[in-house]
Design a binder for this molecule. Structure first.
Ligand SMILES: C[S@@+](CC[C@H](N)C(=O)[O-])C[C@H]1O[C@@H](n2cnc3c(N)ncnc32)[C@H](O)[C@@H]1O
Length: 189
């Protein structure tokens, strides 16, 4: 897990959004040339992130309404976030919008089991699990959602172990979103 987290952060290039940065565990791992901004809806998590990395700008907001202009970032990083985002498809529309052409989405996520029995088990425990685990959904097929949102997942660097996945994805050109998307009228800090 530590190695996967390092892979996630070390591959960041240029202006980087750490989406759902939580307490900031990725922040010290970004390369110097990646100018990182952390974003999370939780003020408590952001307070801890501030202690961990005092010089990194932090923004309180949701992935579904990003307060940045179109094409503001070269990299968006998501570490264990899309299991708990209320509207993953909507959040990915926003990620596409704020990524500049040629930008990359880098993800480390736990996902729906590939075996039918385990997936069914995840479906069964999901309602109770979501209630006790801070909104986490153990049964989301996040790679499928990423592809449906118009991203191509790159084979290079992709790893799959049990229900854990790490990968990098590029927005496909034909679906670059316009400024009519939610949050598009807000400006970058
Ligand atoms: C398991 S923590 C992961 C934190 C951090 N990314 C890491 O790798 O350690 C999940 C984070 O997702 C954040 N989160 C939940 N819903 C979100 C949303 N709609 N937009 C952005 N972040 C969200 C939570 O506040 C929490 O900090």
């Amino acid at each position: 897990m530590r190695r996967w987290r390092e892979w996630l952060a070390r591959g960041a290039r240029g202006r980087t959004l750490d989406l759902g940065c939580g307490t900031g565990r990725n922040l010290p791992l970004f390369p110097k040339e990646a100018r990182a901004i952390g974003l999370d809806p939780s003020p408590d998590a952001l307070r801890r992130a501030r202690q961990r990395s005092p010089s990194v700008p932090l923004v309180r907001a949701s992935a579904q309404a990003l307060p940045f202009r179109d094409g503001a970032f070269e990299t968006v990083v998501s570490g264990l976030v899309f299991c708990s985002v209320p509207d993953p498809a909507g959040a990915l529309v926003e990620v596409r919008r704020v990524l500049r052409p040629g930008g990359r989405l880098r993800m480390l996520e736990h996902v729906r089991a590939t075996g039918a029995f385990r997936a069914r088990l995840q479906d069964l425990i999901q309602p109770a699990w979501t209630r006790i685990a801070g909104g986490c959904h153990p049964n989301r097929d996040t790679e499928r959602t990423v592809r449906s949102a118009g991203f191509a997942i790159e084979e290079e660097g992709r790893r799959s172990k049990g229900t854990m996945r790490r990968f990098q994805a590029a927005p496909s050109r034909d679906r670059f979103t316009s400024s009519s998307e939610p949050g598009a009228t807000r400006t970058a800090p």
